[in-house]
Ligand binder design. Structure first.
Ligand SMILES: Nc1ncnc2c1ncn2[C@@H]1O[C@H](COP(=O)(O)OP(=O)(O)OP(=O)(O)O)[C@@H](O)[C@H]1O
Ligand SMILES: [Mg+2]
Length: 396
């Protein structure tokens, strides 16, 4: 780039874009860290609630337990949003025809939005296929439509459109790479976004809504999901003139590719086999032991990898499965998994973590585990992963 006067505004714009990207990046890292700790706190709470609910309770306790469970689940949902923003959430992708989703969202809007808002949907029949997680793209569209609704308290027009587009090479590093895209667009005729806050709207917890009305996680979740799908979000707005959000998602080159979901066997009880549970969090060990023992397993525990290797080496043939945390002091998860694999190539290994990114680390390390459990998980999930060849880790 030459440094002439004419280039200056472009350079300033680029610098501002980079600063913005860096700020969002560090917020993402922070969000990921917080989410990991909170998942570790919620995991034993959720499992303990399930255990208590499986016992005979009086009606009052039942009610309290349901309340506790709902609260813990809500907490887990918020953490999931934070992780999506921090790009730590892996999407369950499959080839997707966006038209189906758009129709669903349009129906939802017609049924639930105030009648003062008129919906103008327009999406062609021949939209290209994208590779995407349907639930996440649904959430993107819904979050954008909810914002549009909130920007038009006295009514207005909500436009929901989609189109195919082939993009040329852009002129700045933040432009999308050239190629085929499906562009989803949500536009409203509401109050628009004032320039003073325009570059903050994607930050987590940034909201202009009154306390209790908005969490400020809507757009940060949108951005996290879209970036996770190698896509881009563009905003056009003028105060008083409404806002237009465009989501660009890369179209699929080979729409015939299909993915078969793993099948789950609902009968998953142990048969007095040993399971070794390794975690440096005491309450996770305690609750996992109770859950496993209540479901027909015998349980050994260890607080770190070194201790667990000793325990494992004492009875390698008797231990059916090892359930281990991935982030531990002394010997981390991957080192421990490597050690166990050296002692036994066929023991079932279930890795658990509060951070989905750990799964990528594990995959990259080439270590073979049989399943990956995202904390917090339900007792039933733990049982299923112990039982058969299922889980969230795709076969290598
Ligand atoms: N279509 C829109 N028109 C005007 N302002 C918008 C629009 N979309 C977003 N904003 C602004 O961006 C802010 C952040 O949006 P975001 O969706 O992240 O959070 P929120 O809507 O305030 O809360 P939540 O999504 O959790 O309900 C909003 O508070 C609002 O000020
Ligand atoms: Mg919102």
């Amino acid at each position: 780039m030459s440094g002439t006067k004419e280039d200056l505004p472009a350079q300033q714009q680029l610098a501002a874009q980079l600063a913005h990207a860096q700020r969002l990046e560090s917020l993402g890292t922070l969000a990921g860290g917080v989410a990991h700790d909170l998942n570790n706190i919620l995991a034993p709470i959720l499992m303990a609630i399930e255990l208590l609910r499986s016992r005979p309770n009086n009606a009052d306790d039942e009610h309290l337990l349901a309340m506790l469970r709902d609260g813990a689940r809500r907490g887990a949902d918020i953490i999931k949003q934070l992780l999506i923003f921090g790009r730590g959430m892996t999407a369950q992708r499959s080839p997707l025809q966006p038209r189906t989703l758009l129709k669903e969202v349009a129906r939802l809007i017609r049924e639930t939005f105030p009648k003062t808002i008129t919906l103008a949907p327009r999406f062609p029949h021949d939209l290209w296929t994208i590779e995407a997680d349907p639930a996440q793209i649904h959430q993107v569209l819904l979050n954008l439509c909810l914002n549009a609704r909130d920007a038009m308290p006295h009514g207005g027009r909500l436009t929901l459109t989609a189109e195919n587009a082939v993009l040329d090479a852009g002129t700045t590093p933040t432009d999308p790479p050239p190629g085929p895209y499906v562009i989803l667009e949500v536009a409203d005729t509401g109050h628009g976004i004032p320039p003073a806050i325009a570059d903050r709207i994607f930050e987590p917890f940034f909201t202009t809504k009154p306390p209790g009305r908005g969490t400020g996680l809507g757009l940060s979740t949108v951005l996290g999901i879209v970036q996770n799908h190698a896509g881009f979000v563009r905003v056009h707005t003028e105060p008083g003139q409404g806002a237009r959000f465009r989501v660009l998602l890369p179209a699929l080159a080979d729409p015939d590719a299909s993915i078969t979901p793993a099948s789950l066997d609902p009968l998953a009880r142990g048969n007095d086999q040993f399971v070794l549970v390794v975690d440096d969090e005491d309450c996770i060990l305690t609750v996992a032991r109770r859950v496993l023992e209540a479901n027909g397993y015998r349980v050994l525990t260890a607080a770190n990898g070194a201790e667990a290797i000793v325990t494992f080496s004492q009875r390698p043939a008797e231990i059916r499965a090892v359930v281990t945390d991935m982030m531990m002091p002394l010997m981390d998860g991957p080192a421990f998994v490597r050690g166990v694999r050296q002692l036994s190539s066929d023991v079932r290994i279930v890795a658990m973590s509060g951070l989905p990114a750990e799964q990528d680390t594990l995959n990259r390390s080439g270590l073979r585990v049989d399943a990956f459990l995202m904390k917090p998980f339900a007792a039933q999930q733990l049982m299923l992963t112990l039982q058969g060849p299922c889980g969230t880790v795709p076969p290598p």
